[in-house]
Design a binder for this molecule. Structure first.
Ligand code: 5CA
Length: 156
């Protein structure tokens, strides 16, 4: 098992959320691909989006339903600073995950996390597990709590 997948498994277990990570064999890089592979609606896929604070240089994690977009103004109000895209290399170096496999859990450094409240309307959601074909499912409130995410109205 890859190091980053194992990091997700261990972080989830340590947070009280034992997960079964599935390698799908096909790409789950995008929410649409993940939904097709998991046989669920796109809204049930948790996007793990990394943004960077333009003032602090901190990375932030936003967990957003696959059928929603992050509202940049609401996100900035929550973090207290303007946010920009982090570049793929910096995301990989600082979180330990490549884009398409960024997980809600198991980042190399602690990360402030916020979650789209619409995720809590589903019985089960699916999220990336550290590789571009690796996913796990969880009850959304349990997942967001394990990720230490503040649940808020962040979706557009
Ligand atoms: N594995 C799936 C869901 S299980 C997944 O990781 N989806 S995702 O939405 O969380 O990750 C893809 C996201 O990465 C895209 O929605 C996009 O916001 C972001 N992304 C794609 N390309 C770049 C890039 N060049 N720089 C920064 N972010 C990017």
């Amino acid at each position: 098992m890859s190091k980053s997948i194992e990091r997700v498994r261990q972080a989830a277990a340590a947070a009280g959320l034992p997960v079964e990570i599935r390698r799908m064999g096909e790409s789950t890089r995008t929410a649409e691909e993940a939904a097709a592979q998991c046989g669920v609606s796109v809204g049930q896929i948790v996007k793990s989006l990394i943004f960077k604070g333009e003032t602090s240089g901190k990375l932030y994690l936003f967990l957003v339903s696959g059928d929603k977009r992050l509202d940049a103004a609401r996100a900035a109000a929550l973090t207290g600073e303007t946010l920009g895209r982090a570049d793929p290399r910096e995301i990989r170096d600082r979180t330990g995950f490549a884009i398409g496999g960024v997980s809600p859990l198991g980042h190399l450094e602690p990360i402030d996390a916020y979650a789209d409240e619409t995720l809590t309307g589903y019985d089960i959601v699916w999220a990336a597990a550290g590789a571009h074909d690796a996913v796990f499912s969880a009850e959304p409130n349990a997942l967001l709590a394990a990720a230490g995410a503040t649940v808020a109205d962040v979706a557009a």
